[in-house]
Design a protein. Structure first.
Length: 311
């Protein structure tokens, strides 16, 4: 059941003048900063070197593709965003930007990112970038999100691609390490998102999006957060145990164990909490969400630091 909220944008068909700040906001810059960072870390952690200009171009392509996909997501969801407190201030629901401009801007960013990646870096990296754009903008946004509470579990794959893309841009091929990095983000996404969904669940319920806390209830969501955090602990340390020249060293391994233990401790607190309360009284959930972001930044930074250590 999806309730459509009327878009408060002016009915006039004349395009609004596009402000660069609104176009920039369409790319979800704060979220995408971590997407780009994990892509950069995938590129830097690879056991090879890439010319800095090519490396910069590859990261620019990931940024353009991720930003373009985020803009497509906002173009498609403008009416839904208008109905949620968290998203109502975005440029499209506010009517500061017209939809055609948003769609064209998104389309150009996505297409340019894939072709630039293909011509300048590698067509394999370009193909994976194209898959991740379609995965986020179509498979997750249009198909999964309005239909199933497993939307972000399956859809989480989209956000897990950037380190793989960075790695392929540097090495030209897929190997075990980038697949493990993909898996880490894949298993990190449910606790990251459900922690947030717990404290904004009334927003999602209002617009009929079947997020886990809305459909399965708080208790089940909390237990599932805990289950993913338990799995993440050994998984995050796996790069330490990989064979050959791909494996990470002890600096990464110990960092992963410490960071993931804290993640697990915060998830235990959220996972075993029984009370259900108003959305704005959820300090442990807010802390877990904030830590989830810090966690991924720190984990991927540790991977790169470890790779460049002289010992
Ligand atoms: C299907 C997967 C995901 C979903 C549904 C999701 C959902 C969200 C939502 C709804 C927010 C709040 C942002 C806002 O209010 O604009 C958020 C914040 C954030 N997400 Fe995710 N996320 C996902 C995956 C990822 C991935 C893969 C990354 C990066 C690797 C990421 C990084 C972030 C960051 C950095 C923030 C904080 C932004 C801020 O400080 O405002 N997310 N996420
Ligand atoms: C290279 C490439 C294409 C990467 C894509 C990365 C990716 C899938 C990130 C997902 C992060 C994200 C903004 C989810 C928001 O969910 P939502 O869109 O449901 O959130 P909203 O309610 O805030 O719009």
């Amino acid at each position: 059941m999806t309730m459509t909220i009327p878009n408060p944008a002016p009915a006039s068909s004349a395009p609004l003048p596009a402000d660069w700040r609104d176009l920039f906001a369409l790319t979800k810059p704060r979220v995408m900063s971590l997407v780009i960072f994990t892509g950069l870390c995938g590129l830097l952690a690879a056991p090879t070197t890439i010319h800095p200009v090519l490396g910069f171009t590859a990261i620019l392509c990931i940024a353009m593709g991720a930003g373009g996909a985020a803009a497509l997501n906002q173009w498609w969801e403008a009416d839904l965003d208008a109905g949620m407190k968290r998203t109502a201030q975005r440029p499209l629901p506010q009517g500061r930007l017209d939809r055609t401009t948003a769609r064209d801007f998104a389309g150009v960013l996505c297409a340019a990112s894939v072709f630039l990646m293909g011509f300048a870096i590698s067509w394999l990296a370009a193909a994976i970038l194209a898959v991740s754009i379609v995965y986020y903008a179509v498979v997750y946004t249009i198909w999964l999100k309005p239909r199933t509470p497993q939307n972000i579990v399956i859809g989480g794959g989209a956000g897990a691609f950037p380190p793989l893309i960075g790695w392929v841009a540097a090495t030209g091929h897929v190997s075990l390490m980038p697949v493990v990095l993909f898996a880490i983000i894949f298993f990190w996404t449910p606790p990251h998102f459900w922690a947030l969904a717990l404290f904004v669940k009334t927003d999602y319920a209002k617009v009929g999006i079947p997020m886990m806390p809305v459909v399965a209830g708080e208790r089940s969501t909390r237990r599932q957060i805990l289950a993913y955090a338990v799995l993440l602990l050994p998984l995050s340390a796996l790069p330490w145990w990989l064979p050959g020249d791909e494996h990470a060293g002890a600096v990464y391994g110990v960092s992963a164990l410490v960071l993931s233990s804290v993640f697990l401790a915060l998830s235990v607190r959220v996972g075993l909490r029984e009370r259900t309360g108003p959305d704005d009284a959820m300090k442990p959930e807010k802390q877990l969400f904030a830590y989830s972001v810090l966690y991924l930044f720190a984990l991927f930074a540790a991977l790169v630091v470890d790779r460049f250590l002289p010992f």
